[in-house]
Ligand binder design. Structure first.
Ligand SMILES: CC(C)(COP(=O)(O)OP(=O)(O)OC[C@H]1O[C@@H](n2cnc3c(N)ncnc32)[C@H](O)[C@@H]1OP(=O)(O)O)[C@@H](O)C(=O)NCCC(=O)NCCS
Length: 406
């Protein structure tokens, strides 16, 4: 394949990721998506009509249900994309926005599309409680309300909470609660340092969310709302959540709202349009394994992606592994290191170098695109190199991309 057939990212942007009780939490995930979809094409100077396919990941169904369904179609029309545009909403849990990218990547590869967009959008705090059974009426007794956000797991069908699986598997791999708390402090410190260095400024991966007010100036949200400085001692005092032996509110990400979008096309098309690629996608893979192994799947997915790209982990300058919990980067880098302590340390130093979801937040459908664009922007700041971004999703699904920045 010639270099002209390479698939390159030309634009990538996200909103800040919110706190649970943020003003952003009142904005429908569809409307957050509209913001990034408009911004990602406008930054590249691409007209909406030029985008052939929009793949849109979102996985908190109860929040989307407030607007009925097909958020991808609704958002694309609201964002000014022409009615002929093809879109799909997909749910592969936290993997979703990278699955969206992989689908577009394939569509371009087989010649079905020229320019594709991957979107991820979620508003977890806006998720309503569900009142099953009301349609038939409640003859006698209390009305039961369900919270689909609570314990974020699949217990209704007999699976475990994600936090429990992650914590138990971490212990199986010798990754203790203390190590997970240490990682949480590290990721908060790394975010604070990167923020101070201007790595999270508006205009690169971030765009502001502007909330008009009835009176006076609009409220502008221009930074991630959850990062907080913490200490090992403070984290050690927190009780485990959702039946997990190790996962706490401190070494888990908060429940967030946020959206991300990535625009990509062939290098040939980018050149024709005078666009400088942000990154080349060298491989894009999806995987799945035994549902309990949610903390292991980023490692397995990275291994498959590296194999596909014909590369090794040693060639990666940076690694992004989504912090569904601290357990994920720790267990997965340990596996990638083949249990070699020195190698494990080296991989940890390259992983989530500017902080991860524990600090930034994890609006589940939007996070995979966030780690991907973050890897690309960080490599560009360094003058180029190779990076891998990988994420786990409910019941041990995985996605990974390998990027090159020239
Ligand atoms: C863990 C979770 C239940 C916490 O929700 P919450 O109770 O609204 O969160 P809070 O921010 O109030 O934190 C709870 C407590 O921990 C403390 N805390 C949280 N992070 C802390 C930190 N970094 N350092 C010290 N204390 C911290 C808070 O101060 C608070 O203490 P308080 O009760 O004394 O006020 C929620 O964020 C969650 O479900 N996260 C996991 C999401 C998830 O599973 N994502 C992965 C999907 S694959």
């Amino acid at each position: 394949m010639s270099k002209q057939d390479d698939i390159v990212i030309v634009s990538a942007v996200r909103t800040p990721f919110s706190k649970f009780d943020s003003l952003m939490a009142d904005i429908a995930s569809i409307d957050l998506a509209v913001m990034v979809m408009k911004e990602v094409v406008s930054r590249a100077g691409i007209r909406p009509a030029e985008v052939d396919e929009i793949n849109y990941g979102s996985c908190v169904m109860a929040e989307m249900a407030l607007e009925t369904d097909i958020p991808a179609r609704q958002a694309s029309l609201l964002a000014g994309f022409p009615p002929e545009n093809i879109s799909v909403t997909l749910d592969r849990a936290c993997c979703s926005s990278l699955t969206a990218l992989r689908m577009g990547y394939r569509a371009i590869r087989v010649g079905d599309a020229g320019i594709c967009m991957a979107v991820g959008s979620e508003n977890m705090p806006r998720t309503p409680h569900l009142a099953p059974g009301l349609r038939k009426g409640v003859r006698l007794g209390h009305i039961r309300l369900l919270d689909g956000l609570f314990e974020l797991g699949y217990q209704a069908k007999g699976f475990s909470s994600v936090a429990r699986d992650a914590g138990e598997v971490a212990l199986d791999y010798g990754v203790t609660r203390e190590m997970q708390d240490e990682w949480a402090v590290l990721t908060q410190d790394r975010y604070a340092r990167a923020f101070a260095e201007g790595k999270y400024k508006i205009g690169e991966e971030l765009m502001p969310v502007i909330i008009p007010q009835k009176k006076g100036d609009p409220i502008v949200i221009d930074r991630d709302e959850s990062p907080r400085q913490t200490t090992i001692e403070a984290l050690a005092r927190l009780k485990p959540i959702y039946g997990s032996p190790t996962v706490t509110a401190g070494n888990a990400p908060p429940l967030s709202a946020g959206s991300s979008a990535i625009l990509f096309m062939t290098r040939k098309k980018a050149e024709e349009k005078g666009l400088k690629p942000l990154a080349t996608i060298l491989a894009s893979v999806g995987t799945a394994t035994n549902p309990r192994d949610i903390a292991v799947i980023p490692a397995l997915t990275i291994e498959q992606a590296l194999q596909k790209a014909g590369m090794t982990i040693n060639q990666m300058d940076i690694i992004e592994i989504n912090e569904a919990f601290a357990a994920m980067p720790l267990v997965s880098t340990k596996i990638l290191a083949g249990n070699d302590e020195a190698k494990w340390k080296e991989l940890r130093e390259k992983t989530n170098v500017n902080g991860g979801a524990i600090a930034i937040g994890h609006p589940v459908g939007a996070s995979a695109a966030r780690i991907t664009m973050h890897a690309a922007y960080e490599l560009r700041r360094r003058g180029g190199g190779y990076g891998v971004a990988s994420i786990c999703g409910g019941l041990a699904q995985g996605e990974a991309v390998i990027l090159q920045v020239e």
